[in-house]
Ligand binder design. Structure first.
Ligand SMILES: Nc1nc2c(ncn2[C@@H]2O[C@H](COP(=O)(O)OP(=O)(O)OP(=O)(O)O)[C@@H](O)[C@H]2O)c(=O)[nH]1
Ligand SMILES: [Mg+2]
Length: 424
């Protein structure tokens, strides 16, 4: 975990040249970090930005701990803060003592300054970071500076309805370690999400669910709206890339029981989205790091090795048949089938050994399912090739290489969820 003084701001500091989603970030361990008063705001000392203290606690008592800390990462959200804080206050002030911790990356629109001004009316603290940037690291910074036992993470743009905060907090009080706001749970909805973003969100979810068995019970892995007991992250070694801090916490945090609370994703109130194509790449890199650290990468590696061997079996069979005088159009489908059977057998014995079905009937069923999955894989390969070459204008070989990667991902998902569904 970075020392709080990392963020101390020189008065002439420029915004981080890497931008809000800069490159790799340092690894964070929350163990043993100070959680109160260690906040730099406008440079006037650790207590800056705490003018209103914490609601329902004597403002004169600097040690007073709120029951809930709402961590809000911000970048250029100046126009959203007043409404956000007003609605959070309306939702929470009657039932909980709370504080809002704004973690701002030195926004050019001076979100941090607006936050400090609003701290006169609401229990707000502001952390203005200049030496580190990025949504996920901002949230981690919020975890370490939070003073409450219960921590909620939410966006500033009002897409996460503050009115659901009491439900998230109440869900925690019953015993679970985490409560995740979900758009797919009961009473949840994607709101005005367009079809393209729904598709992206679905693919991103499916990839994570396939590759990370630990997170399968959570229906909305893309959610940035969640609550946890601080013990979930106190000892966690968090090392995220990009946007998806929830995934990181689910995989590396100490949460045994996770519940979901449905919510409707609202429309951005003001300002602009920070999502761009770079986020997609960051997400994939994050997934690779997560599967590596969670040990699941071994299965993926085995699957790829088996696929490579299958390609060799395919070529060797075709070569042998043609040597025996078979025409290539007859040799090819036989060789393809030999490759498929080789993949199936090795995956049965090695990659998915822990899920092997019982008996001959179970095996035959798995073989049939595998053929369906791999036919889909060929369609994915061909479809991607066509889109990338005919629509996007890429070179055919590049399109084919991306097609193979897409088909491998498809086949792995199909094998994980369907082919080898038994025995688990
Ligand atoms: N501190 C910090 N906050 C960030 C950064 N990038 C985004 N945020 C904040 O994280 C929250 C989510 O960002 P959004 O741009 O709204 O992302 P999104 O909700 O997935 O995308 P939209 O639906 O298009 O709004 C907002 O409160 C942002 O201000 C960053 O680099 N640093
Ligand atoms: Mg948003």
């Amino acid at each position: 975990m970075s020392d709080p003084s990392d963020d101390a701001r020189a008065s002439t500091a420029d915004p981080d040249p890497q931008g809000p989603e800069g490159g790799d970030v340092p690894r964070h361990t929350l163990r043993g970090t100070a959680v109160s008063g260690a906040v730099d705001s406008d440079g006037s000392g650790p207590e800056a930005g705490q003018a209103a203290g914490c609601r329902s606690q004597p403002a004169s008592d600097p040690e007073a701990r709120p029951a809930v800390t709402v961590v809000v990462p911000t970048y250029n959200e100046a126009d959203n803060l007043a409404t956000l804080l007003e609605r959070i206050d309306r939702a929470l002030s009657a039932t909980s003592s709370y504080e809002v911790l704004i973690v701002d990356d030195d926004s050019p629109d001076e979100t941090w300054r607006v936050g400090e001004r609003l701290a006169e009316d609401y229990p707000v603290r502001v952390i203005r970071r200049t030496e580190e940037s990025g949504l996920s690291t901002a949230v981690i910074r919020g975890f370490s500076a939070a003073r409450a036992e219960h921590i909620v993470v939410m966006d500033a743009d009002l897409q996460h309805p503050p009115e659901r905060l009491p439900d998230l907090i109440e869900a925690l009080e019953g015993g679970p370690d985490m409560a995740v706001g979900s758009r797919h749970a009961e009473h949840g909805s994607m709101g005005a999400f367009g079809p393209f973003r729904r598709l992206v969100s679905w693919v991103a979810d499916a990839l994570a669910r396939t590759l990370l068995p630990d997170v399968r019970g959570v229906s909305d892995l893309q959610s940035g709206f969640f609550a946890l007991h601080r013990s979930v992250v106190d000892e966690a070694d968090l090392d995220p890339i990009g946007y998806k801090i929830l995934l990181e916490v689910l995989v590396h945090g100490d949460a045994d029981e996770v519940v979901e609370v449905g919510y409707t994703f609202g429309e951005r109130h003001a300002g602009e989205s920070k999502l761009d194509a770079g986020n997609v790449l960051a997400y994939l890199r994050h997934l690779v790091r997560l599967i590596h650290r969670s040990g699941e990468s071994m299965r993926v590696l085995q699957f790829v090795v088996v696929g490579g061997l299958g390609a060799l079996v395919n070529l060797a069979t075709m070569y042998s048949l043609m040597q025996l005088g078979s025409p290539y159009l007859l040799a090819s489908p036989i060789a393809i089938e030999a490759g498929l059977v080789s993949n199936f057998t090795l995956n049965r014995l090695w990659t998915f050994e822990d899920r092997a079905p019982d008996g001959l009937e179970g095996l035959a069923g798995a073989l049939g399912r595998d053929h369906v999955v791999r036919s889909g894989g060929m369609a994915v390969n061909f479809g991607l090739l066509w889109v990338l070459v005919a629509v996007a204008g890429l070179l055919p070989l590049v399109g084919q290489a991306i097609g193979i990667a897409g088909a491998t991902a498809w086949n792995f998902m199909g094998n994980t969820w369907w082919t080898w569904r038994t025995g688990r």
